[in-house]
Design a protein around this ligand. Structure first.
Ligand code: GLN
Length: 503
């Protein structure tokens, strides 16, 4: 139900190539941004990628880039590149809702470090993208503003929680978007939308200004059309930030330097434990990817890491525990919504009852339960021990392998509503992405093949901490061997405008 996009063809070369053209004065940032806003106006009513489009601010930022070029200055590597920001990234004076009623109309007084670095690199934000409420979900359906649709098939989910960002890139509305990944929220929607999605090593990218979900797991990363763009974007946003106490004291590296080096002699482990739990198409894509790397000179072997299958259970204790603590701050006093009542405790309770959706409430209750006296050790403590087992299992695997290969998701994009009635079914969407977050490692999903109904299938490359260069090099080799039809941009067959918007 899709065709190649024509008007977004200028993005098909990717964000970095576009930035280079603007930087060289071949095309103005204003022209680029105006064209992007026009395209957005056509597709957005059917897709609902955005919670907010900041057209005026985008045009103003584009003019500033053009003024720098006119004066002979350097506007940066992403000069005039239209980008989209997940709506859990703080933007100064611009509503940041996390797709939750509780943050309705909240305007942060500061920019996230990532947002600041992107602006300094010349990128132009078109607005804030839809997500599962507080990034809790795998389909963008828990959003209080209604679901985003998958541009490959409007009756299907784009994945989540960074579904708006993934769909915006897949539909060619922007060549670069940003998401957050706590348990797979960049990689899973990237896979379901046929785009590249990268989760960096924990601590490589500042979390300052990312609304916290589970602080020991959250990382910000890019969604792009090409592996090269993911490398360029990472370089822009990575690097030490004194405003984030978990930020690693390292400079950003040049992640593009080794992209063309190939995989000759590289040791690649295919995680065998994940293959039986993936659909035939998804495990088939991994086997095909393994063969492609092997023909390109890599030494590919299967490896058993059974501990990883316990990641999901540990994650659904650790992440809710941290969330229950992080979300305590939404009390009707400090941010957003307030439901008035006669006394403070009732006001707090009523505000939270009205402001949070069912999935967020489920997580808060689960997290509060596993942290409570008498249960703490049996649940939370046990989950932390499993986390350590997973870290050690990865350590052993990386003694033998440079990178690991796995499916990103168990299936292709599923129909809207297919998993909303069964939280466990939804949670299983992240079976293959979660272990990486528990270990703090990087991973990237690359669109590789076409599966059922002509929908894209992603393959995941995992690497040890700070292994981004070798991971991206492997990803570039996969991209070269991939079915070119498996990646965006696609022009959605436009349907009816979507209902639903939050106040
Ligand atoms: N889908 C997972 C969850 O609901 C992961 C979300 C994320 O990475 N933000 O917790």
């Amino acid at each position: 139900m899709t065709g190649r996009s024509s008007s977004s063809e200028s993005f098909a070369g990717g964000a970095a190539a576009l930035g280079a053209r603007v930087r060289a004065g071949e095309v103005s940032a204003r022209q680029v941004v105006e064209a992007a806003l026009e395209e957005l106006a056509v597709s957005e009513p059917s897709l609902h990628c955005f919670n907010l489009v900041t057209a005026d601010a985008a045009l103003e930022a584009a003019d500033a880039v053009d003024a720098t070029v006119a004066l002979g200055g350097d506007p940066g590597p992403l000069a005039g590149v239209p980008i989209a920001l997940k709506d859990n990234l703080c933007t100064r004076g611009v509503a940041t809702t996390c797709s939750s009623r509780i943050l309705t109309c909240w305007e942060p007084p500061y920019d996230a470090t990532v947002v600041r670095r992107l602006a300094a690199a010349g990128a132009v934000s078109l607005g804030k993208t839809n997500l599962d409420e507080f990034a809790m979900g795998s389909s963008t359906e828990t959003s209080a503003t209604g679901p985003t649709r998958n541009p490959w098939d409007l009756s299907r989910v784009p994945g989540g929680s960074s579904g708006g960002s993934a769909a915006a890139v897949a539909a060619g509305l922007v060549p670069l978007a940003f998401g957050s990944d706590t348990g797979g929220s960049i990689r899973q929607p990237a896979a379901l939308c046929g785009v590249v999605g990268l989760k960096p090593t924990y601590g490589l990218v500042s979390r300052y200004g990312l609304v916290a979900f589970a602080s020991s797991l959250d990382q910000i990363g890019p969604l792009t059309l090409t592996v090269r763009d993911a490398a360029v974007a990472l370089q822009v946003i990575a690097g030490h930030d004194p405003l984030d106490s978990t930020s690693l004291d390292l400079p950003a590296a040049d992640y593009t330097a080794e992209l063309g080096r190939g995989v000759e002699g590289l040791r690649v482990g295919v995680i065998s434990d994940f293959l039986p739990d993936a659909s035939a198409t998804c495990s088939g894509a991994v086997r095909q990817a393994a063969e492609a790397l092997s023909s390109a000179g890599a030494r590919v072997e299967e490896v058993d890491i059974p501990e990883l299958l316990h990641g999901l259970s540990a994650y659904y204790l650790i992440a809710p525990a941290e969330a229950s603590s992080n979300l305590a701050r939404y009390d009707g006093v400090r941010y957003g919504l307030r439901v008035e009542a006669d006394d403070v405790a009732t006001m707090n309770a009523k505000t939270r009852a009205a402001g949070f959706g069912p999935e967020v409430k489920r997580r808060i209750m689960l997290g509060t339960y596993v942290l409570s006296a008498g249960y703490y050790d049996a649940y939370y403590g046990q989950a932390l021990r499993v986390r350590t087992l997973i870290v050690r299992a990865f350590e052993r695997a990386y003694e033998r392998f440079d990178v690991l290969l796995a499916p990103t998701t168990p299936s292709v994009a599923f129909p809207l509503g297919a998993k909303t009635a069964d939280p466990i079914e939804m949670y299983l969407s992240d079976l293959f992405t979660i272990p990486t977050n528990l270990a703090g490692h990087p991973a990237v999903s690359v669109p590789f093949a076409l599966g059922e109904e002509g929908l894209p299938v992603g393959v995941q490359v995992l690497a040890p901490a700070l292994g981004e260069a070798v991971m991206l090099r492997t990803a570039a080799a996969l991209e070269a061997a991939a079915d070119p039809g498996a990646r965006g941009p696609v022009r959605p067959q436009l349907g009816e405008a979507l209902e639903g918007a939050v106040s």
